[in-house]
Design a protein around this ligand. Structure first.
Ligand SMILES: NC(=O)c1ccc[n+]([C@@H]2O[C@H](COP(=O)([O-])OP(=O)(O)OC[C@H]3O[C@@H](n4cnc5c(N)ncnc54)[C@H](OP(=O)(O)O)[C@@H]3O)[C@@H](O)[C@H]2O)c1
Length: 290
């Protein structure tokens, strides 16, 4: 048994995986869920099942929250604000930076230490080397509870600004969805000729793996604000070629809507005189406020 008891609020797919990981690591774990039946299996594995949120909060100095959304976190924590005073709340519910800052201010007003988190895993990955969880908020709170946090997944502490975990979370998910959009479009094209997706998948995976290294080069250009040095595939050439992608989709009977938003950005950047530069300069068109 580890010294520090931990409470988990929320036993959906993710909360259950987190509670299981804590139990397996030897933490005395108290669980609560709105629908009490979901706690039964965990109770069988040694978790203490609290009948109320107040009872659950009372049991541990660290309260891990993994509920559906920001509103459900508010609804669950607000009635027990008094009992939370002097404790640490680590909120792993997905949310936005603004919501994290709002919850942190709410917590600070009530004497609650607040860490925000973002889970970069699906439930079966929890407590495996592939999973990591982003954290932001007071470093001392993170360090105090590090052992329990590390039991759920590798911990990545991003800094004192409590909004950072959700910002990184959303940035990483945005990149993932961009990749998924590309994968789906590629499969739609291949399927238009009755080729089996499974026959195409190995080549697609190998191509994406090779291309993923571009993230580092793009970062260097963005940080330097220089998109013109050492260009090997200039934007004007790519813009001309990109129209073939959209036209081929139409000709193959595939909707270009997942890919189409890139085209006007490329055209605008070329028209602005950046045709000799790298594609990564498109990032300059995405800023909507100074
Ligand atoms: N699953 C994933 O792959 C994954 C990956 C990364 C991050 N996350 C994040 O982890 C969080 C939980 O996800 P999940 O997969 O566990 O979702 P889930 O299986 O749908 O579970 C949702 C949980 O929230 C509770 N809940 C919903 N509304 C509530 C309310 N108004 N008051 C109190 N409890 C409420 C549910 O309680 P009941 O059981 O009573 O309905 C349940 O415990 C989400 O923010 C999600 O974005 C999930």
């Amino acid at each position: 048994m580890s010294d520090t008891p931990v409470t988990v609020l929320g036993l959906g797919a993710m909360g259950t995986a987190l509670a299981c990981a804590l139990l397996k690591a030897g933490f005395r774990t108290t669980v609560w869920n709105r629908t009490a039946a979901k706690a039964e299996a965990l109770a069988g594995e040694g978790a203490r099942h609290a009948a109320t949120v107040a009872e659950a909060v009372e049991a541990s100095p660290l309260v891990v929250v993994c509920l559906l959304d920001h509103d459900s976190v508010h609804d669950t924590l607000a009635p027990v604000a008094g009992a939370l005073s002097g404790k640490a709340v680590t909120n792993l519910t997905s949310g936005k930076p603004r919501q994290a800052r709002e919850l942190a201010a709410w917590a600070a007003d009530r004497g609650v230490d607040y860490l925000d988190g973002g889970i970069m895993a699906v439930p079966p990955m929890i407590a495996t080397p592939a999973a990591f969880i982003l954290y932001s908020g007071p470093r001392d709170v993170f360090e105090t509870h590090r052992a329990a946090l590390d039991a759920m997944a590798r911990s990545e502490y991003l800094g004192e600004d409590v909004g950072l975990a959700s910002l990184y979370d959303i940035a990483l998910l945005s990149a993932m969805y961009g990749m998924f959009a590309g994968i789906l479009h590629a499969h739609a094209l291949i399927r238009s000729e009755d080729i089996k997706a499974a026959d195409f998948a190995p080549m697609l995976g190998s191509w994406l793996n090779g291309m993923s290294g571009a993230a580092t080069g793009v970062a260097a250009r963005i940080d330097q604000g220089d998109y013109a040095q050492g260009v090997v595939s200039n934007l004007a050439m790519q813009e001309a070629g990109f129209h073939h992608l959209l036209e081929t989709a139409e000709e193959q009977g595939v909707s270009p809507e997942l890919l189409a938003p890139l085209a006007p950005l490329m055209t605008r950047r070329v028209a602005d005189g950046h045709g000799h530069e790298d594609l990564s300069g498109l990032v300059e068109l995405l800023r909507t406020r100074a």
